[in-house]
Design a protein around this ligand. Structure first.
Ligand code: AMP
Length: 951
């Protein structure tokens, strides 16, 4: 019975009809979206071999089990096929079926041709068979090779052609030096665009002689630099590019082509390998500077400096579209983390240029194969690529794939995916694998990649498959761990040599000309000439930001952040305005109502008001603001509500964007759930946009530990290593309120441990006026230093944590807040120093116990340590016998271990005067930051407060 239905369906499916075009169109529709074709056709196509060789449709791939239904269809199809053959081999029905199979074959090449492509210069790739590319798999045979078939959507240049011609063209397009993966892309237009670019030229466009000579010249430069350095500094680490020299013509082409599109800036993220080569041959760093670095000379006056293969660089080059500014980011040893930094820097430049689609600024991120497959931040960077907060109009990613993991590891140990690039499929990026020994093919994928990015504003990946002629670094002997690979490499001619031979054979250059290129390059190096031929010697400085106003400032804690009271009130009124008819949610409406009262003087100012007003004043004074983080629109603890959501239609209103016409941007975005990539992005943004207030807020302070690498390797040390200033602000909610080990501490101790040489500021403001002036100080002062703020949770609503409008108008940020009581200083026996929320607990205790001989001083800036201010504040208490540092954090955490030498130095000086000693009150040392049980928390908190008074 079942068989009858199937048979009927088979017969009524019109497969035997002769309308070839109809079948073709239907089949292609099906391949794009099976649901788009009628059920019976879907069922028919389903039982054909699946062109991607996966899933349920691989009916003829006998190693894949068939469902019984499919088996029946398949058998039925075969019977029909045989019958058709037996009766009339050339009948229309069989032709139509074959036509469908030919289309399937075309699609199979599009899906899986890359697996047969000759992309490995060493020929080490496992050449395992891809059944989908066999004629037999599609029930075609050699006997069909001379038969003409419709070419369907294949860009062959003719509507029909003998199967032999079709297969040859497919082989040339998909199985030579380029292996492209794009069939995972859902968007039909993108897919067709890519097919057209590769198929119409069989992946081998005809390049002019001039172009190919230029490529040879750049390859010669790439090889020439490495061999010069190898002979001058044998065994010195340089992470040479040998084996991957095609990368230099690739970068050259990318930049030149981007310039012709009207790109004005290119930001490059690059790991170690090949970096020196790019610096000299692409960015135009003077070779003599590099030589000085090899000679170990100290090249900067201040700071630690960094090794040569971490250095960034900036220059301008000339392109067909005019001058282009190039910036290579400084890079820590931690591969990949620079990728989101580059994205942030690019976004800042795009924002500055009002470049919404990213056409004016191009990010290029260069990766190592092992890092690309291994590092989670790669996934995070892809994930951010199309989000509103982080998109940059597409990034060109280049993997310098030397087929060896970071030092010596085998690909079998380096990943579980087939290619090191598979992660890019998550954003449906096209992935273009190319054989580094075929520079013409390298040129082609480079052009396609950039054109794709410009056309679709999306990421694209080039996998430059090459090898590493030497070890991980030049002091390494690679054959110890990769014996077979290095036997091959030993006898393998360089990419330049291969290309030169090809061009000589094709009559493009003579042997002498090729040799002359080598000599000229070496002569230039020896003479100390620039060797990046497009370098502009007198760069147009308007292409990039002028950092001069921010350079050379010594640390100062003071900035005049006061403002005219009237202006403050006007801005406060503006920031509370909501458009007519905009339905604000009830609790949010109450917050805004309260803010209006605060503006009018009817209510003391709270944290949310002061913080928002700080933003309004900075915008008013011409500073753009960018605020991102996991819940920033609302604020984790619902104190901010900078973004209003219309309860009727979910439309948004951001009052801070409507202060005045032509005001600077106020950008606020909830981030996606990442810390590492987003913090790195904001670091990149802040190091490129000195005029702006750039803030990253963690949902809870401890979340920054997912981005520790960014704190260690960029935020805390970027200035001393690379001379790159950064005014990034981090808001990290911190405070012991019984929320357990994870959400209590922003790990203050970790930041303090990293503090030295005035590298950053760590502050714990405790009043609305303090956060107001602190945020303003960060931008008003020309000094650019990272600012880490332990921001409050319960203080956001604490009835005593309030300020007045006058304090905002006339005050400034106080690094030390003196005792607030009006007590006689000579009566004070005990001074308690603290920072953060515990102040209010201590103050309460003092009130409740009617203590008049205790002063409580808040250290609101822990680093740079305000020694003078603190000394001055305490020294008035001349009869003090006890000085206590009180903290909520356990003994081994918080400020104590990192700060006690500073506190002691104040106490020591005081001791000379009146003999006080320094004591500690806090939680006992603990492995976890805080207790998980509320009862334990309450008892610990009570105890530490009591200790502060009684120790
Ligand atoms: P870039 O556009 O990043 O290449 O920067 C252009 C120039 O501005 C650099 O050569 C530096 O002199 C300067 N510059 C860029 N960023 C910073 C920074 N974060 N701190 C100090 N100077 C910078």
């Amino acid at each position: 019975m079942q068989e009858g239905i199937m048979e009927l369906m088979w017969r009524s499916s019109h497969v035997t009809g002769s309308n070839v075009h109809y079948v073709e169109a239907l089949y292609e529709q099906y391949l794009d979206d099976p649901a788009a074709v009628p059920q019976e056709w879907r069922d028919y196509f389903d039982q054909l071999p699946n062109p991607d060789g996966q899933g349920s449709g691989s009916a003829t791939s006998h190693d894949i089990p068939l469902t019984p239904i499919r088996e029946q269809f398949y058998q039925l199809g075969k019977q029909q096929h045989r019958a058709a053959y037996a009766i009339a081999p050339s009948s229309d029905g069989e032709d139509s079926r074959k036509q469908v199979r030919v289309l399937q074959l075309i699609n199979a090449y599009r899906f899986r041709g890359h697996q047969h492509a000759n992309i490995d210069p060493l020929g080490l790739r496992d050449p395992s068979a891809v059944p989908d590319l066999d004629l037999a798999f599609h029930q075609l045979s050699k006997a069909d090779l001379e038969t003409e078939f419709q070419t369907g959507s294949f860009f062959l240049g003719q509507d029909q052609a003998p199967l032999r011609v079709i297969v040859d063209a497919l082989e040339q397009t998909y199985c030579r030096s380029i292996g492209c993966e794009f069939m995972h892309i859902v968007d039909t237009e993108e897919k067709r665009w890519l097919q057209q670019r590769f198929e119409s030229v069989r992946s081998k466009p005809p390049y002019t002689e001039g172009m190919r000579k230029h490529v040879l010249e750049r390859l010669t430069a790439a090889e020439g630099l490495e061999s010069y350095l190898a002979s001058k500094y044998p065994g010195t680490k340089r992470f040479g590019l040998e084996g991957g020299e095609s990368f230099i013509p690739m970068m050259d082409e990318l930049i030149q082509r981007a310039g012709s599109y009207g790109t004005k800036e290119v930001v490059i993220g690059m790991a170690h390998r090949g970096r020196l080569n790019v610096l000299v041959n692409i960015l135009g760093k003077n070779p003599s500077e590099l030589i000085d670095e090899f000679d170990g000379k100290k090249l900067i006056e201040r700071g630690s400096g960094d090794v040569k293969y971490h250095q960034g660089f900036s220059s301008n080059v000339m392109t067909p579209g005019g001058e282009v500014h190039l910036a290579m980011s400084f890079n820590p040893s931690h591969l990949e983390i620079v990728a989101p930094v580059v994205e942030g820097s690019v976004r800042a430049r795009q924002d500055r240029r009002n470049d919404g689609d990213g056409g004016k600024v191009l990010p290029i991120n260069v990766h190592g194969d092992a890092a690309f497959a291994g590092q989670g931040v790669v996934m995070e960077t892809f994930q951010m690529s199309q989000t509103r907060a982080y998109k940059t109009g597409g990034t060109v990613h280049i993997v310098i794939n030397n087929q060896v993991g970071f030092t010596t590891s085998d690909p079998l140990d380096a990943r579980s995916t087939e290619y090191c690039t598979d992660i890019a499929k998550m954003v449906q990026a096209p992935i273009l694998h190319v054989n580094g020994d075929d520079p013409d093919a390298v040129l082609h994928v480079t052009q396609v990649a950039l054109d794709y990015r410009q056309q679709f504003s999306k990421d694209v990946v080039i996998d430059l498959v090459c090898y590493r002629r030497r070890g991980h670094n030049e002091a390494d002997e690679p054959s110890g761990t990769q014996p077979l690979m290095y036997q091959k490499i030993k006898d393998h001619p360089s990419s330049r040599a291969i290309y030169a031979t090809r061009l000589v054979q094709e009559g493009v250059v003579s042997e002498d000309e090729a040799k002359a290129l080598i000599e000229k390059y070496r002569d230039d190096l020896v003479a100390g000439n620039h060797v990046a031929n497009a370098l502009v010697q007198e760069p147009n400085t308007s292409l990039f930001v002028d950092w001069k106003p921010y350079l050379g400032h010594e640390w100062t804690g003071y900035a005049d952040t006061s403002l005219d009271l009237k202006r403050l009130q006007q801005l406060a009124a503006k920031m509370c305005e909501v458009p007519e008819g905009f339905a604000v949610q009830r609790q949010v409406a109450k917050i805004y109502e309260d803010r209006r009262k605060m503006q009018g003087g009817g209510l003391a100012l709270n944290w949310g008001f002061a913080e928002t007003l700080a933003y309004a004043t900075l915008l008013d004074q011409g500073h753009p603001i960018r605020l991102t983080g996991q819940d920033v629109g609302r604020g984790t603890f619902s104190h901010r509500h900078a973004v209003l959501h219309n309860q009727k239609d979910a439309s948004l209103h951001v009052p801070l964007q409507h202060l005045a016409p032509g005001q600077p941007d106020f950008t606020i975005h909830d981030s996606f759930l990442s810390e590492e990539a987003v913090l790195a992005f904001e670091y990149g943004y802040a190091t490129t946009m000195p005029n702006a207030l750039v803030i990253w807020e963690a949902q809870f302070g401890d979340f920054f530990n997912g981005a520790q690498v960014v704190v260690d390797q960029f935020i805390s040390s970027g200035e001393t290593k690379w001379g790159r200033l950064c005014g990034l602000t981090m808001l990290l909610p911190h405070g012991f309120e019984g929320q357990g080990p994870e959400h209590s501490s922003a790990r203050l101790e970790r930041f303090l441990q990293l503090c030295a040489e005035y590298n950053m500021q760590v502050c714990v403001p405790t009043t609305p006026a303090q956060i107001f002036h602190l945020l303003r100080r960060q931008v008003i002062r020309p000094l650019r230093k990272p600012l880490v703020i332990m921001s409050p949770k319960s203080l956001l609503r604490h009835k005593e944590a309030v300020s007045s409008l006058e304090e905002l108008a006339h005050g400034s940020f106080q690094m030390v807040l003196p005792d607030q009581g009006k007590r006689d200083a000579s009566q004070v026996k005990r001074v308690i120093m603290c920072s953060g929320k515990v102040y209010y607990d201590l103050d309460n205790w003092r009130e409740e116990n009617l203590l008049d001989d205790v002063a409580i001083i808040r250290v609101e800036q822990l680093y740079p340590f305000p020694k003078e201010e603190l000394f001055e504040t305490i020294s008035q208490y001349t009869n003090t016998t006890d000085i206590v540092w009180c903290q909520e954090e356990p003994l081994n955490q918080g400020a104590w271990y990192s700060m006690q030498h500073n506190l002691r130095s104040v106490a020591e000086e005081l001791k000379a005067g009146f003999g006080a000693t320094l004591k500690f009150a806090g939680r006992p040392a603990s492995a976890a930051p805080a207790a998980g049980y509320m009862s334990v928390h309450i008892e610990q908190q009570r105890q530490l407060v009591e200790d502060a008074f009684n120790l």
